[in-house]
Design a protein around this ligand. Structure first.
Ligand code: HEC
Length: 144
């Protein structure tokens, strides 16, 4: 009987003052938001490069600065382009996406209208992001 009381008391005493707990480490799976000018992650660029070949973009768009049926994708990113309809656009991911969805509107002077097929239903949002990342990676390839 004496022992039980003692144990109860000890139990009470240690329970009132909790042992100092170390806070759990802050684990975050989310990468910090990248600034707009940041280089896209390598796997995304690689995926874009693959899609660029698989979807036949390469047949009409070079990546080395030479124009083909369509304009070159080299050094296109970040440029301000003037289209056949007179509108000007800064080339970014949104621009590339629009060109893939409505290619007949995104034609530069000197190139044929209606040559590029629409990729609606052909490419997922992720595919388009990957293509944009790839085209971004081709910025400044022909200038040292
Ligand atoms: C059959 C040929 C053809 C194919 C295939 C093609 N394009 Fe095009 N594309 C064109 C032509 C022609 C234009 C209009 C001329 C121009 O401005 O390049 C154009 C326009 C564009 C533009 C806007 C052009 C600019 O100069 O600002 C982008 C971006 C583009 N294409 C990306 C792509 C991507 C990415 C693919 C593959 C998913 C693709 N194209 C497939 C022929 C093609």
């Amino acid at each position: 009987m004496r022992w039980i009381v003692l144990i109860a008391l000890v139990g009470c005493g240690s329970g009132s003052k909790p042992v100092v707990e170390t806070p759990p480490p802050v684990v975050s799976n989310e990468a910090p938001p990248a600034p707009a000018s940041a280089v896209a992650p390598a796997p995304l660029i690689e995926a874009g490069a693959k899609i660029f070949v698989e979807q036949g973009c390469i047949a009409c768009h070079s990546i080395d600065g030479t124009p083909k049926i369509g304009s070159t994708m080299a050094d296109l990113w970040g440029e301000t382009v003037t289209l056949l309809d007179g509108t000007t656009h800064v080339v970014d991911a949104a621009y590339i996406r629009s060109a893939l969805v409505e290619p007949s509107r995104y034609v530069r002077p000197g190139f044929p209208t209606g040559a590029m097929p629409s990729y609606v239903g052909q490419l997922t949002d992720e595919d388009m992001d990957a293509l944009a990342a790839y085209i971004q990676s081709l910025d400044d390839v022909s200038s040292p």
